[in-house]
Ligand binder design. Structure first.
Ligand code: NAD
Length: 408
């Protein structure tokens, strides 16, 4: 799918065949076996992967995931997408992604620590703050990043905080990193409403997913005066046409671990949530939730893609034909996370910590500039925002490759 999407954009850009080939294929695909001792004394070998799509514009940046479905193909596709996201945001990074095929839910902390440290050792020749900088992804977290920092730093003989991002604050993580993605989604969605001439104060929003991205997107929108009328999580969906009290909803969520059962709203069928009338629809949970079965029924003015890949290519065609929904594609809408990861890396390299206000102000400026570029390109070339975003990104990488030339 990633390669097909690339070909479509390369056709649109009329990329030369040589540049097309150089942009499409990943630079390095690394597979390692990772043997660890299980708690029962047995030895088990896991398989770990890291794909470094390009190092043309800087070190590669991207998450490390622990999940049973991880394989080289999936990691290569995710690395390619990260490559375009970094280029679109004009971050001095290429795209990377890594993973270990394992089920972290069935492993003890000790086993996860041994797995992470051994994987880091196996990766030692291929990573570094100027080469490859990992971050948390599905199944990994701040603690995983702390173990990688420690393993790498012990090996080097001194603390190297720039080896990963998404670290705990006490190891020179960045303020604002945890909320950054959702905050970016809320910021982008409200800007889009503004562009459409719709008042943000008093506007309505529906948010699918109430994890890191969804809850922070909802809180950010609400802080601008947007009424959060519908939210959902894996357990179900709730609705209040007048808007929910977010303080009370957060308290309920923290106490119960779900939005369901909140007494300030009514339960509704989750399948109906996405097609409720609202100004902003923010899918912040799963991929492919807007498809050809429901795209024609959306009743939002702005579709803010917090999740990765929430809209299928068939749904995209329907939304393009309709022309009445402003789509903020995932590649920019949820780019707050990687952008603040970049800030974390910069702070680590400079040994200079920024305030949260500084982080958020810089983030908002970069998101706004990038979306402005996308809108201008889409208008000039009469293409969708998604095509515009991908075209800008691929052109950026192709131009950098062209400038560097082809080393013999
Ligand atoms: P998370 O695990 O914190 O939250 C996921 C949420 O989705 C949970 O509330 C879960 O209950 C809900 N959910 C699961 N199945 C659902 C269903 N069928 N219907 C409704 N809700 C459902 O994950 P997250 O970090 O918030 O990531 C969400 C999405 O955003 C993913 O697509 C991820 O790739 C993307 N993303 C995350 C970040 C980040 O910084 N966390 C950055 C970029 C993109």
């Amino acid at each position: 799918m990633a390669a097909e999407q690339f070909d479509k954009v390369a056709d649109f850009l009329k990329l030369d065949d040589d540049l097309r080939e150089r942009c499409k294929w990943p630079k390095r695909l690394i597979t390692v076996s990772v043997p660890i001792e299980r708690d029962d004394g047995s030895t088990e070998v896991f398989f770990g992967y890291r794909v470094q799509h390009h190092l043309t514009r800087g070190p590669v940046k991207g998450g490390l995931r622990y999940h049973p479905a991880v394989d080289l193909g999936e990691i290569a596709a995710l690395a390619m997408w990260m490559n375009w996201k970094c280029a679109l945001m004009d971050l001095p990074f290429g795209g990377g992604k890594g993973g270990i095929s394992c089920d972290p839910r069935t492993m003890s902390d000790g086993e996860l620590e041994r797995l992470t440290r051994r994987f880091t050792m196996e990766m030692m020749p291929f990573i570094g703050p100027d080469v490859d900088v990992m971050a948390p992804d599905m199944g990994t977290n701040e603690q995983t990043m702390a173990w990688i920092t420690d393993t790498y730093s012990v090996h080097m003989g001194h603390l190297v905080p720039g080896i990963v991002t998404g670290k705990p604050l006490n190891l020179q993580g960045s303020s604002g990193r945890t909320r950054a993605t959702g905050q970016g989604v809320g910021f982008m969605a409200s800007n889009a409403l503004h562009e459409l001439g719709v008042s943000v104060d008093g506007a309505t929003a529906v948010v699918q997913g109430f994890g890191n991205v969804g809850s922070n997107a909802a809180l950010t929108l609400n802080s601008y005066g947007v009424k959060i009328c519908g939210v959902s999580d894996v357990n179900g969906a709730i609705w209040n046409a007048g808007g929910m009290d977010m303080k009370k909803l957060m308290a309920h969520y923290e106490a119960t671990g779900t939005v369901v059962g909140f007494d300030g709203a009514e339960e509704m069928a989750p399948c109906g949530l996405l097609i409720q009338e609202c100004d902003i629809l923010a899918p912040c949970a799963l991929d492919r939730v807007i498809d050809k079965s429901n795209a024609a029924d959306l009743k939002c003015k702005v579709l803010a893609e917090g999740a990765n890949g929430p809209t299928t290519p068939e749904a995209d065609v329907i939304l393009d034909d309709r022309g009445d929904v402003m789509v903020i594609p995932d590649v920019v809408c949820n780019a707050g996370g990687v952008t603040v990861s970049y800030f974390e890396w910069v702070q680590n390299m400079q040994r200079f910590l920024w305030s949260e206000r500084e982080v958020i102000t810089r983030l908002e400026t970069m998101l706004q500039q990038t979306f402005g570029k996308i809108r201008a390109y889409a208008n000039d070339h009469q293409v969708s925002n998604r095509m515009a975003a991908q075209a800008i990104a691929i052109r950026t990488v192709a131009d950098a490759k062209k400038s560097r030339g082809l080393f013999p």
